[in-house]
Design a binder for this molecule. Sequence first.
Ligand SMILES: [Zn+2]
Length: 347
Amino acid sequence: MSTPTAFQRVMAAIELKEPDRVPVVPMVTYTTAQLIGIQFSEALYSAEKMANALVAGYKSAGYDGIYVGWESSFNLMAEAMGCKLQIQPNNIPFVKDQQIKEQSDLDKIKVADPEQDGRLPLHLKAINLVKEKIGENVPIFKYVPGPLTLTSILRGQDQLLMDLVRNPKLVYDILKPATESSKRFAVATVEHGTDIVVVADPIASSTLISPKTFDQFALSPIKEVLKAISEVGGIPSLHICGKTSPILERMVDAGTRIIELDYQVDLAFAKNKVGKKVCIEGNIDPVSVLLNGKPNDVKREARECLKKAAKGGGFMLSSGCEVPLNAPFENVKAMVSAAKKYGQYPI
Ligand SMILES: [Zn+2]
């Protein structure tokens, strides 16, 4: 039997089967700037530089899928909806002034048009460029903002956490354009060549809100975006940072085919709980291991992940969250070589 392509390997895992080995897809975006000798901020306004760096990362490490993106999808989308970003020399842009200070400010935000607004078109172009350079055999992943987290960016995180209790109406009112913007962007990313669209919703984490609050505010908007992705032929994935053990079943029921789990979740627990229903992706600690550790630490942690979740298929090895900006690329390579060495099936 011939060796499967990366695309076939990832698809087998999504179909809950065992490919030739465990696919490895680190969440690497801006970390690749170092490989082509540019500063992170140089690619913020250049689809070409972004695509060149991402392709250099893929060629250097040889992983099984490419995350096309450069900065948090929330700020990117908030900008497209009318917020001003604070751009810093070599750090991630952020929203300086929240757009919605009171109910009447709702008029100040608009549903984003992915082909027109902010730098969304630039990100869509980067997807096209990566696809052109890499071809059809490597799947493209793309983050889109989870509606509740996008709402927190438009309103301010502390304020939103208070609103969940004191002003739910305002939360629902902001969630509407946030969900619609995320949906439209998700659909556009598929039209431009994305295979797997990842809804990232860190605020929906059990680290920040209770499962009950998750049901009240986060779940249906997430469902809507995941459904829109499936309807246009994309593969939906759901990424929630931090602790998610209490909401694993809810995440699966939202209609995703992959769940991306952060390092706080025990993979053996997750595998046992939902491993027969959904493909699990994760979960090497991005900061203490990938940023601050050595390649040997990465290999050790990768083996732990494989031991806990690889058996039976339906698993992709990855980082628990975005690989940090200044993480040594050797550590990303160590993750890939660990998957190739220790992730061969049967395990
Ligand atoms: Zn995360």
